[in-house]
Design a protein around this ligand. Structure first.
Ligand SMILES: Cc1ncc(C[n+]2csc(CCOP(=O)(O)OP(=O)(O)O)c2C)c(N)n1
Ligand SMILES: [Mg+2]
Length: 541
């Protein structure tokens, strides 16, 4: 037992859990939380410029590394500002531990008109979190943080919210810290694993559909082993990009684009092994709806198994533990050769891409060639971003971070800052459109204050281009609200202390190479509004 404030108890418990990054903004209602980490060299405290930035940074931090960061926000507007990033993290299965300040215990649950008052704030947060609670005494802090960690580590990762009234933050109590715990994840019911192995052995033409759960479980090698033992080509969901290297001879790439080429796979395949994927709605349009009758599905989340497509065998378990068990059961160590000509598929896919994505393909291939294999690319909802999962060859897990179906504009810059803080040795590139960039561009100040090496690309068509295109298609060209008058991005970057240039697409490769070599914070504007047949959103039906 040690006597300490609630704020210090949070710091001590976070330290015990290995959490060392805090994103947030100070206010009267969370100062004791910040005071708890003050002067403690174990923490890097990152002051952001809007709470949405804090939660999106924590999301990018988790997507890039699997690690958990904390956010400290004031109640009311601090929490509601953070909700967009929390919602984003919920939809992309990213963990983060958000601490919300609160008025004192005596001031709660009344229409008292107190500062930052937000009725039912725990309920508000709970709708976007896998765990949400309020702490009512400093002594409970370690226990509550442990519960939140268990929820994030033993189940599908989701954000967690812990509310700390001011008197709990600043009040002193005797606090017993908890020893570190090994979080265990379910390994799957052995009988189901055995049935799955039999089903896989009996299949003549199986393929694998791999999602983000494979990366969350650190199971990329196990996935490759199972694929090799089955001779099964692997398609990934957008969250599973990097679950298998695109250099692997069984890797088909991403399933978010509409390709008639997938018809060849889907009409011939007799079994799909779906691992670590909810079969998100886009994957379902493009592939899931035509999956073969026989499906073996493995997921940490019981609600996901069989949800979208009925599973012949469903296993609730950690992707890595279950894939390892399958490797053991498939036995023999004998690799099967693929029943599907993957190399030919990839060749024909690229030819289709040249036709459908033309200038976007050149940009993506230039970026790939200019930067090392371990570069982390973080997409926003913009033309180049939409195409990245389809066009970018990905060689390592967690190196292509694409906003999920929650789909908030402004994702890329803060998520890229979080990714860079989590993986300081890897180059990080944010891919923004002019519209999305202005949602969160103030976080350039954060990147600058943190002295980050970061490359921010802004593809500028002076429009909410995707929506303008949609209005072309669906509203006969009646453009409304889609044309933008933008600031001068070069002056803007300068003002934030970024090295800023405007370059034509053909010069992007050389510029990015230079920026990577020089280091520092770069804002690169690329005027880019390709005409003609380039599709804006390649997965849209
Ligand atoms: C928070 C939020 N508001 C609105 C939208 C709707 N929306 C989707 S794409 C888009 C246009 C984005 O424009 P820009 O970032 O310039 O990329 P572009 O489409 O021009 O490539 C809009 C407004 C959204 N996805 N998220
Ligand atoms: Mg635009």
């Amino acid at each position: 037992m040690q006597r300490m404030t609630g704020g210090r108890a949070v710091a001590m418990a976070l330290k015990a859990e290995g959490i060392d990054h805090v994103f947030g903004i100070v206010g009267t209602h969370d100062c004791p939380l910040f005071d708890g980490v003050f002067d403690d060299p174990a923490f890097r405290v990152v002051t952001v410029r809007h709470e949405q930035g804090a939660s999106l940074m924590a999301a990018g931090y988790a997507r890039a590394s699997g690690k958990i960061a904390a956010c400290f926000v004031v109640p009311g507007p601090g929490l509601t500002n953070a909700l967009t990033g929390i919602g984003m993290a919920y939809s992309e299965s990213a963990p983060m531990l958000v601490f919300g300040g609160q008025n004192t215990l005596a001031q709660l649950e009344r229409e008292g008109g107190h500062f930052h008052e937000l009725a039912n704030s725990v309920g508000v947060a709970a709708s976007l979190c896998g765990y949400a609670t309020r702490v009512t005494t400093p002594g409970d802090v370690p226990k509550v943080i442990r519960e939140a960690m268990r929820a994030m580590r033993c189940r599908r990762p989701r954000p967690a919210y812990i509310e700390m009234p001011l008197d709990v933050q600043s009040g002193e109590a005797d606090v017993a810290l908890l020893p570190p715990e090994q979080y265990s994840r379910p390994a799957g019911d052995p009988a189901s694993v055995a049935r799955a192995a039999e089903a896989l052995k009996s299949a003549k033409r199986p393929f694998i559909f791999a999602g983000g759960g494979v990366e969350n479980a650190g199971a990329t090698e196990s996935l490759a082993r199972v694929a090799e033992l089955l001779g099964a080509p692997v398609v990934t969901s957008v969250f599973g990009r990097g679950a298998i290297s695109d250099r692997h001879p069984l890797a088909l790439g991403d399933g978010w684009g509409r390709f008639n080429l997938y018809d060849e796979l889907l009409t011939q395949a007799d079994l799909a092994l779906v691992v670590g994927s909810r079969i998100d709605v886009v994957s379902d349009w493009n592939l899931g709806a035509r999956f073969p009758q026989r499906i073996v599905q493995v997921d940490i989340d019981p609600l996901v198994v069989g949800q979208r497509r009925p599973a012949e065998v469903g296993i609730v378990g950690d992707a890595g533990l279950v894939l390892d068990a399958l490797v053991a059961q498939l036995g023999g160590g004998q690799k099967r050769s693929s029943w599907f000509d993957v190399a030919d598929f990839r060749r024909r896919k690229r030819a289709q891409m040249v036709e459908r994505a033309g200038p976007v393909l050149s940009i993506v291939e230039d970026l790939r060639a200019a930067l090392p294999d371990d570069t982390i690319f973080v997409d926003d909802l913009t033309l180049v971003g939409y195409w990245m999962p389809l066009l970018l060859d990905t060689y390592q897990p967690r190196t292509l971070i694409h906003p999920g179906t929650y789909g908030t504009l402004g994702y890329s810059l803060p998520a890229a800052i979080g990714a860079k803080l989590a993986c300081p040795k890897q180059p990080v590139v944010a891919i923004c459109g002019d519209g999305g960039f202005l949602f969160t561009m103030q976080e350039l100040a954060t990147a600058s204050a943190q002295n980050l090496d970061l490359i921010v690309l802004v593809f500028n068509d002076n429009a909410f281009g995707a929506i303008r295109k949609y209005q072309d298609r669906m509203f006969g060209g009646r453009h409304i609200g889609a044309e933008l008058r933008n600031p001068d991005f070069v002056k803007l970057g300068d003002a934030f202390g970024a090295k800023t240039v405007r370059v034509e697409p053909k010069d992007l490769s050389a510029t990015v190479r230079h920026a990577h070599g020089a280091g520092g914070l770069w804002l690169i504007e690329i005027p880019f509004a390709p005409k003609g047949s380039v599709e804006m959103v390649p997965w849209m039906p």
